[in-house]
Design a protein around this ligand. Structure first.
Ligand code: ADP
Length: 191
């Protein structure tokens, strides 16, 4: 089973993906994590995308599609969870093509609904907690970049909701409940 977790920054996609990995032996493909890894390891691509990411804008479709392509070729285990990908209609088309090349299908798209005030406070809390724990906040977890990330979501990513709805693949869950409640809603959707 291959699924997409769709939702704005701070909706809890990564948290729920981790639950699905544990419970269903699925593979989490987070383009955000892959890009941050490229950034810290200082690869040419990482250097190229660093400023764009820190500002909160989307990196090019070509780069993220390339990252996903590589991962789809390996072991598929219990299936893929696409977390933070696709984020544009071009990425959605590319994913369709990549999955069919692999003889795979997209089985569900789960939209996690959360309101903006909650998103902002969740992300600013995450940043404060990271600092309090002696670490560093994500470079894009600040108010200014967050505004840009939210705008990128509404402008470039939210059209995917209508697209997958029209294809009959969309389910929506309330992302405001406890982690366990959201996990249960997602499990019910996937039955
Ligand atoms: P969040 O969902 O909290 O905004 P992510 O970790 O998914 O965070 O993404 C962080 C940043 O990485 C994005 O703001 C963007 O710059 C880049 N990024 C991640 N995935 C994509 C994607 N599919 N397309 C373009 N840029 C992406």
């Amino acid at each position: 089973m291959n699924i997409i977790l769709l939702g704005p920054p701070g909706a809890g996609k990564g948290t729920q993906a981790a639950m699905l990995v544990k419970e269903r032996n699925m593979i989490q493909l987070s383009t955000g994590d892959m890009l941050r890894e490229a950034k810290t390891s200082g690869t040419a691509m990482g250097k190229k995308v660093a400023e764009v990411m820190d500002r909160g804008e989307l990196v090019t479709d070509e780069i993220v599609i390339g990252l996903i392509r590589e991962k789809l070729e390996g072991d598929k285990k219990g299936g893929f969870i696409f977390d933070g990908f696709p984020r544009t209609l071009a990425q959605a088309d590319a994913l369709d093509a990549l999955l069919s090349e692999q003889g795979e299908t997209l089985d569900a798209v789960i939209e996690m609904q959360v309101n903006d005030e909650v998103l902002v406070s969740r992300i600013l809390n995450r940043a404060a907690e990271a600092v309090a724990a002696g670490g560093e906040a994500r470079a894009d977890d600040n108010e200014e970049s967050l505004k840009v990330r939210l705008m990128a979501y509404y402008k470039q990513t939210s059209p995917l909701i209508g697209y997958y709805h029209a294809k009959g693949q969309l389910s929506s869950v309330d992302g405001l409940g406890t982690i366990d409640a959201v996990t249960a809603d997602i499990a019910a959707t996937l039955k």
